[in-house]
Ligand binder design. Sequence first.
Ligand SMILES: Cc1ncc(COP(=O)(O)O)c(C=O)c1O
Length: 408
Amino acid sequence: MKTLSRELLEKLALEYGDSFYVLDSDVFEENCLSLSTEFKKYYDNFNIAYSYKTNYTPKLVKIVNRLGGFAEVVSDMEVEVALRSGVPYEKIIWNGPVKNKEKVKEVLLNGGTVNVDSFNEFECIKTLAEDNPGYVIRIGLRCNYDVGDGVLSRFGFDVEGNDFDSVLKQICEKDNIKLLSLQVHFAERDPKYWTQRTTKILDVYKKVRNEYGIVPERIDLGGGIYGDMPESLSRQLGTEPPCFKDYADKSAKLFADYFKDEENAPMLLIEPGTAVVANCMRYVCRIETIKQICNKTYASTNGSQKNINVCGINLPMQIIGGGRERKQYSDIDLVGYTCIESDCLYSGYSGEIGIGDYVIFSNCGSYSLVMKPPFIFTNVPVIDISGDMVEIIKRAETFDDLFTTYSF
Ligand SMILES: Cc1ncc(COP(=O)(O)O)c(C=O)c1O
């Protein structure tokens, strides 16, 4: 990753304003490749379906498409991002509990896959299949079971429940509904939950095949994978620094054993978001004021916790000096421009800091700019700096970008 020197930051600030995201799209691509390599070492029939919600920047989704990966989307908005980025319908996998019915029809009639989340959703899809007998409707079923993480997931079908069996029975009776995929996702990212995630979906696969005679072509294990991070961050997250191999050991390896004698073994898919995008983005802002209230020192920045979307965790942070009135401080909080008391980007910093210093936060590519609300400030630009290449891939938002939807 390119070092962000004071000189470079000044240059970027002159052109783009003094707060921005810096992406390294090469790192994103390397992450996608190294994640795939680890899984393919065990199980070659493997692919990734990039989780758009995590960071739907077109530059990134185009990289996944170029590498041959799938688009994992959860809304009509994300379907549109995929299509406008050149992703063919067949490479779209649509998850999520609530979907726009018109767009679902468009995706299904053009060869995309919809992972069904509920019995009610299945009924709508069944009607669509009946109304369009000349089309094959490709669906997946989101499966829900306990993986020992202490979380009761609200998504998908309880694989022990009646709805699951009823849907499977109806799929068997419908000529033009194809159960292409069994899919799961669990949010807890610790690799220790991946063994149960895998063994239980293999049990479901066996049941679907033996009891219903359906042979799904894909098994999709979802996301929930940590990316590369420094020890300072993994310590705060309460995990050992995980690596992609840990996840492959607990999933792809088991697939390789399970399907070793199979000719038509299913494709193994995963839906990485954080794993591939978290560490390829940094966020830059500047110190605006430094003040003392009682015994506490606050440095206000022109950034916000809303830009990096972490709570109670200090992301890896670097101060680039060169500002004025620089002094040594201890236990200072770097706080945001909003009027929310808890808008803190970094708590308990000790070191030298001054007005006009730049602050760089690393590991903030996932659920950051996509979750920044239009609250108080519009969002800042995204600059891709990969090797010697500098490219603006999202300009700063303007007043008109946001207020065009209101009537004045
Ligand atoms: C269905 C699904 N797949 C993939 C992801 C990506 O998860 P992560 O960023 O933890 O990899 C999510 C995140 O919520 C999800 O809901």
